[in-house]
Design a protein around this ligand. Structure first.
Ligand SMILES: C[S@@+](CC[C@H](N)C(=O)[O-])C[C@H]1O[C@@H](n2cnc3c(N)ncnc32)[C@H](O)[C@@H]1O
Length: 229
């Protein structure tokens, strides 16, 4: 009989994120600026049923941090909503930098435009209202994107990945949100729905030798992937 290798579940260092611990994390992160804070509040007031779509505060800070860290000048976002992640990234752009952000909703993105104007960054943001896959396919084919953030319909993630990766400059970064999908990705009882698409995306990412990727337990899970080929 073949010898069986014991399958051990690695010990986790992650703590349960209690409300108190989360408040502590936020208290030790950069505070949202007044326009960002107002955008969080107005999104909850105007779109209470959809406000959960907005990136978490620490994600807005992380995205801005990554844009500054990489000195990104060409940023593409898939999934604008009311514009918090776009705002944070646009404010962090290097001189002359541009953010292209893609969505299908006129209503949500009208709210985003108001915030970008208040923050004085509207002139560096190009918003395209159309299915994101159409806009991505129409972009120049050569590598020109420094950083991309994917946060839209989960059944489109693999297609977005396939359009963005060849357009990333060497060393360019792709950030994907919701890669843990509320924890459903590891639940064998979940066999249908959007979690299945995210599972397929995570497999796709892990197998792609063009990219080096790391999955992190930030908010609903994010993957950072860097072009290495
Ligand atoms: C999770 S929200 C984005 C949140 C945003 N990053 C923020 O911080 O506020 C997802 C967005 O994707 C948009 N979306 C859904 N399907 C889309 C598609 N096929 N093409 C472009 N955008 C799409 C939705 O309208 C929604 O605004």
């Amino acid at each position: 009989m073949p010898e069986t290798v014991p399958q051990t579940v690695p010990e986790t260092k992650n703590l349960p994120l209690t409300p108190e611990l989360y408040a502590y994390v936020l208290a030790h992160n950069p505070a949202l600026d007044p326009v960002q804070q107002a955008l969080v509040e107005s999104t909850h007031a105007r779109f209470p049923d959809d406000a959960i779509k907005q990136v978490a505060r620490e994600q807005a800070s992380l995205l801005a941090f990554l844009v500054r860290l990489t000195g990104a000048r060409q940023v593409v976002e898939v999934g604008t909503f009311t514009g918090l992640s776009a705002l944070a990234m646009a404010q962090a752009l290097a001189d002359g930098g541009r953010l292209l952000t893609l969505d299908v909703s006129e209503e949500w993105t009208a709210h985003a435009r108001e915030a970008w104007a208040k923050a004085g960054v509207a002139d560096r943001i190009d918003l395209r209202i159309a299915p994101a896959i159409e806009t991505l396919r129409a972009l120049p084919a050569e590598p020109h994107i420094d950083l991309a953030f994917v946060d839209a319909n989960k059944d489109g993630y693999i297609d977005y990945w396939e359009e963005i990766v060849p357009r990333l400059r060497p060393g360019g970064l792709l950030v994907a949100d919701n890669v843990l999908f509320g924890g459903q990705v590891s639940d064998p009882a979940v066999t249908e729905g959007l979690a299945v698409h995210i599972r397929a995306f995570n497999e796709h990412v892990a197998a792609d030798r063009r990219m080096e990727s790391v999955m992190l337990t930030v908010a609903d899970g994010i993957t950072l992937a860097r072009r290495v080929d």
